[in-house]
Write a protein that binds this ligand. Structure first.
Ligand SMILES: [Zn+2]
Length: 265
């Protein structure tokens, strides 16, 4: 039994960390939080009594996980075909900085890479992986997905999701997979190795878009989602290497609640 003051302190710390993971790649911030991270990362999980159906009960800050009406992930069924602007990708290689944050493997990205949609620029902050894929398409989930998390100058978030199916090996992740950190909560800066997020983006960039949330606590809403229609492939060995660390780090699909799903032409 956890006494109440301890519990509040612990939950406050969890929220700070979750927000930091979702919103920041700052080395200073990572440094500031890493000593607490390993412990806090046990506070919400993908199964059991701290699993997704209990996230909202773990902290007042996680209310949106239970009460939110625009939550992610979703099952994409019958999107409306629309005249949507293309996503302009402007990604540069970044020195490889990788962290096992206790919920996924995350690559923190150097400033200077971005997407632009309808004239609005969002800077690439980090990308991370889920196994299986969080988004479902007509009820079916792919083996994995990658979420590329971007933030605009005015603090708006946009996530590009790419589905990953089993197939040919993907050289884009070789360096990341060779440097998977064993220790949780500690960013590893790999010397003289760069990673290029553009290698994870398929040639066909048609997408389905909707308004959603972070898929991890605090499940904050107001996140613009762009799920690319074309998957990329990882080999079975590459998928198994991730699954050995995170066998299931996908939140169940959430109700659509009448949201508009639009697909680009
Ligand atoms: Zn994600």
């Amino acid at each position: 039994m956890i006494t109440r003051p301890y519990r509040i302190l612990r939950l406050a710390s969890v929220f700070t960390l979750a927000a930091a993971c979702a919103f920041s790649s700052g080395a200073a911030l990572a440094q500031e939080h890493q000593e607490h991270h390993a412990d806090a990362s046990h506070s919400w999980t993908y199964s059991g009594e701290h699993g997704p159906s209990h996230w909202a009960d773990l902290s007042p800050e996680f209310t949106a996980c239970g009460m939110g009406k625009n939550q992610t992930p979703i099952d994409i069924v019958n999107p409306k075909i629309a005249n949507l602007p293309a996503i302009q990708f402007s990604y540069q290689p970044s020195p490889l900085k990788v962290i096992n944050n206790g919920h996924s493997i995350q690559v923190n990205y150097a400033p200077g890479s971005s997407i632009t949609v309808a004239g609005k620029r969002y800077e690439l902050v980090q990308f991370h992986f889920h196994h299986p894929s969080e988004e479902a398409i007509k009820g079916r989930r792919d083996s994995m997905d990658v979420h590329l998390v971007h933030k605009s100058n005015d603090g708006k978030l946009a996530v590009v999701a790419v589905q990953i199916k089993e197939g040919a090996a993907n050289s884009a992740i070789t360096a990341i997979w060779s440097n998977l950190p064993h220790e949780k909560g500690k960013e590893v800066a790999v010397e003289n190795v760069k990673v290029n997020a553009s290698d994870l983006i398929p040639a066909n960039r048609r997408y389905t878009t909707f308004m959603g949330s972070l898929t991890t606590p605090p499940c904050s809403e107001g996140v613009a989602w762009y799920v690319l229609n074309t998957p990329v492939s990882f080999s079975r060995t590459q998928i198994e290497k991730f699954a050995a660390i995170y066998p299931d780090n996908a939140r169940p699909v959430q109700p659509l609640n009448g949201r508009l799903l639009q697909q680009s032409k």
